[in-house]
Structure formats: structure tokens, C-alpha cells
Design a protein around this ligand. Structure first.
Ligand code: CMP
Length: 143
């Protein structure tokens, strides 16, 4: 079953949006298989956002994601990577459609409430950055 990495960013945690965001994915029918409230170290942030290293906003991005707690999650379900991206809306909240998470709660691109993996390769890489295998629940196992 496909898995994705989703993260409520420091702005979303500070604004009390964890419950609302978790609720949207639960109601959609996806399964939460791992979650933790945590501070992201600079080293982890630089690894996670490595593909943006040459962008002018890289420093700002790392400063922001390390500025307060994030809520890191792994979700499972059919096509969860692409469907979660649709539910999140466009990266820049000004372009995000109403009824998407960023469309409803975001205002500026640097503080866009949530991160979600954009491909199966990113999902695997990002899940491994933030979670150990034993921190993920396997619903097919009992006991
Ligand atoms: P995210 O999906 O977490 O992946 C990369 C992030 O870079 C993106 O969300 C935005 O929050 C951030 N980002 C993209 N463009 C800009 C920008 N011009 N200025 C600041 N942050 C940006």
C-alpha cells in the first residue's frame, strides 16, 4: 500500500490546525501509520529540503522549519501521494483552490501550513529521514 510523508509546519502547529488537518485525511479514508510532534534540527531540515539548496529562499526555509515544533506524519492508502497533494492545494496559498488546506488556511508561500511528498521516491526518502521503521504501525499485524 502506498505511503506518504506529511508534515504540519510550525505555522500550522502554532495556529492549532493539527486536529483539523488530521481530520481531513482521516475522513477521506487514509490511515495514519505514524505521527510525532517534534523539533526539526538544522541538519535534518537541510537534508529534507536538499533539492532546494541552490534556491535563494533556502536559508529562510530552513530557519522557518526549525523555528518551532512540527507534526510529522506518515499516511497510507490508495494513491495517497497524489491525492494528499490535491487536498493540500498549490504550494503558493494565493493559487490554492478553496476547500484545499492551503486554500483555506494559508496566506504566504513561506508559511504554507503543510508539506507533502511529491513522488514515491520523495515519500520513501522523507519517511526514512523522519521515522524509524519500528515507529510505523502495520495494520495487517495483530498484537
Ligand atoms: P514545501 O512543499 O514544504 O516544499 C518547499 C517549500 O519551499 C515550499 O513548501 C514553500 O513553503 C517554500 N517556498 C517555495 N517558494 C518559496 C519562496 N519564494 N520563498 C520562501 N519559501 C518558499
Amino acid at each position: 500500500m502506498e505511503k506518504t510523508y506529511l508534515m504540519v509546519k510550525p505555522d500550522g502547529v502554532q495556529r492549532g490546525l493539527i486536529g483539523e488537518i488530521v481530520s481531513r485525511f482521516e475522513k477521506k479514508g487514509f490511515r495514519l501509520v505514524g505521527a510525532k510532534l517534534m523539533h526539526v534540527s538544522r541538519e535534518t531540515a537541510e537534508q529534507h529540503y536538499g533539492e532546494h539548496k541552490e534556491r535563494p529562499f533556502f536559508g529562510e526555509l530552513v530557519d522557518f522549519i526549525t523555528s518551532g515544533p512540527v507534526f510529522a506524519m506518515v499516511w497510507e492508502g490508495e494513491n495517497v501521494i497524489s491525492v494528499a497533494r490535491q487536498m493540500m492545494g498549490s504550494t503558493n496559498p494565493k493559487d490554492a483552490a478553496p476547500a484545499t488546506i492551503r486554500g483555506d488556511y494559508g496566506v504566504i508561500v513561506g508559511k504554507n501550513v503543510i508539506h507533502g511528498s511529491d513522488s514515491p521516491e520523495s515519500a520513501e526518502r522523507e519517511i526514512n529521514i523522519f521515522f524509524k521503521q519500528e515507529e510505523l504501525t502495520d495494520y495487517t499485524k495483530s498484537g
